[in-house]
Design a protein around this ligand. Structure first.
Ligand code: ADP
Ligand code: ADP
Length: 217
């Protein structure tokens, strides 16, 4: 049996933070489309060069390239038991494409936890986010989840940095883009009977336990 989970929620809802614990618990890989793009940026691939201008503006990278990137990732052997998707799908076309890809595997999206956080909280979370250079799944916040030693990752000792797209102007646009292009997915997955809502404005551990309870019930 494969388990495919899509983490849904606005930028700053805590998807990346929660993904680390859930993927470990369920023993499935955590696939973050944003991390895949940033890896391509670092390695200066053609895909990275194409994605950069969109990411810098806080716009979505076109569906076609995003879908083929995720399709390739999902076809690797480590996804044999499923995967936890974070940041994908983000448009109705991507959601339909994902259904098609999983159907080819004889599988489907099993759960879509929607992490609900009010808009006014998101900006503060994103502008205070610090990410580990060594492992991008290690995520901190100056106010709500600070590292023990400033600038250093508690988990691996890596250097912490602020993402270029976490500056105020880009953050505001990313939230706007989410409202317009990604919000419709809530209805899409609710209609498919796989949506579970989780209150995201609680301590990190409480959100984790609510999430796990929702997807294992
Ligand atoms: P997303 O992947 O949804 O954009 P992240 O997991 O990167 O969100 O979290 C965004 C910011 O909010 C980070 O700085 C993170 O440390 C912080 N954060 C995550 N979950 C919580 C929470 N439950 N309460 C307060 N801050 C949180
Ligand atoms: P966050 O969770 O903080 O919103 P991500 O790391 O998921 O940020 O995404 C960063 C950027 O990468 C997005 O603003 C967008 O430009 C690009 N991106 C990530 N995932 C997708 C996607 N599924 N479709 C299109 N663009 C994407």
């Amino acid at each position: 049996m494969q388990t495919f989970i899509v983490l849904l929620g606005p930028p700053g809802a805590g998807k990346g933070t929660q993904a680390l614990a859930i993927a470990e618990k369920l023993d499935i890989p955590h696939i973050s489309s944003g991390d895949l793009f940033r890896e391509n940026l670092r390695n200066q691939t053609e895909l990275g060069k194409l994605a950069k201008s969109y990411m810098d503006r806080g716009e979505l990278v076109p569906d076609e390239v995003t879908i083929s990137m995720v399709r390739e990732r999902l076809s690797r052997v480590d996804c044999a038991r499923g995967a936890l998707l974070d940041g994908f799908p983000r448009t109705p076309a991507q959601a339909v494409a994902l259904d098609g890809i999983l159907k080819e595997f004889g599988s489907r999206v099993n759960w879509v936890p929607y992490i609900n956080v009010p808009d006014e909280v998101l900006v503060g979370r994103l502008t205070g986010r610090w990410t580990c250079r060594t492992d991008p799944t290690h995520i901190y916040n100056l106010k709500t989840n600070p590292p023990t030693k400033p600038g250093v990752c508690d988990l691996c000792g890596g250097e912490l940095y602020q993402r270029d797209d976490d500056k105020l102007e880009t953050v505001q646009n990313r939230i706007k883009v989410y409202m317009k292009q990604t919000m419709p997915l809530i209805e899409y997955y609710r209609n498919a009977g796989v949506l579970v809502e989780v209150e995201g404005q609680q301590g990190i551990e409480k959100v984790s336990s609510d999430l796990l309870a929702a997807i294992t019930k």
